[in-house]
Design a protein around this ligand. Sequence first.
Ligand SMILES: [Zn+2]
Ligand SMILES: [Zn+2]
Length: 332
Amino acid sequence: MRAAVITKYNADWELKTLPDPRPSAGQVVIKIAACGLCGTDLHVHHGLFGLPLPIVAGHEPVGEIVELGAGVVDFKVGDRVGVHWSQKGCGRCRVCQTGNQAHCAQAQSWMNLGGGNSELMLAWASGCTLLPEGLAYEAAAPIFCAGYTVMSGLRNAEPKPGERVAVLGLGGLGHLALQFSRAVGLETWAITGQASKVDELKAMGASDVLLASAEPGPAMTDAGGFDIVLSTTNASKQVSSAMGGLRRNGRLVSMGVTTDGPITVDPMSLLLGQRQLRGSSQDEKSDLVEALDLVAAGKVKPVLETYPIARVNEVRERLKQGKVRYRAVLLH
Ligand SMILES: [Zn+2]
Ligand SMILES: [Zn+2]
């Protein structure tokens, strides 16, 4: 099979031919149709996770099952599926035994089995989810990381009817968070530092767009404050400031991989305003299915740039430069 292989950190990924994978018990082989390129792939590229090389990245893969390992009974050859990050836990620890395999500290992912930047991909059957009928592969791909993450964040914020939401950070994750929040009927503002995105964000359904600086808190308060902030920014400083833009009993859900140090919070603001700061990642499987259904129903439209996998290095640089609107998907 052909694959884009990371052989060295901070260097171009190499398009190579690798042996076709064969499924062990409980695994499937998927012929990949599309795979999204996520901000986290840049961290992989730079060696943040310290993975042993060579490795094939890609954690927003979708395609068709072409082979089943022994004992796979829930899926059949020809099924259209996608694979999310955390595919299978150890099965035996307390987390797994309480039904949360995806949150197991030993959970296996593309890091163990290889990712979707390849013609064929190995996956645990427990990590596969059927695509709704009629949903195009390229629209489905970004839901397996970006969409899943932000739908869990929205659900974990426990929104009530009539509450006011702000989405902070409007890239691959944020543009989906904005649309999911609107699709479930919530007034939702976009908070971005990029004036060039204002019209696009309004076209995506933003109730309003707030142009904000590295410290958006005061502008958020001036705009009336927010019950929920869905934060996908990579800047801890922005998250810290946005805590000040929460209304009383407000919740900020942080979903971005921040690399500029800790989030700082004024304890008196938490106490007197009864505010909450929480993190959220890909959580309940039902969040993923809900997100896929909203896209299949046309209520949420991922905004995509699509490229053939052969252009992976150019696309990764485009992502690094912040030029992608709003998710790049590699087609096979
Ligand atoms: Zn991702
Ligand atoms: Zn476990």
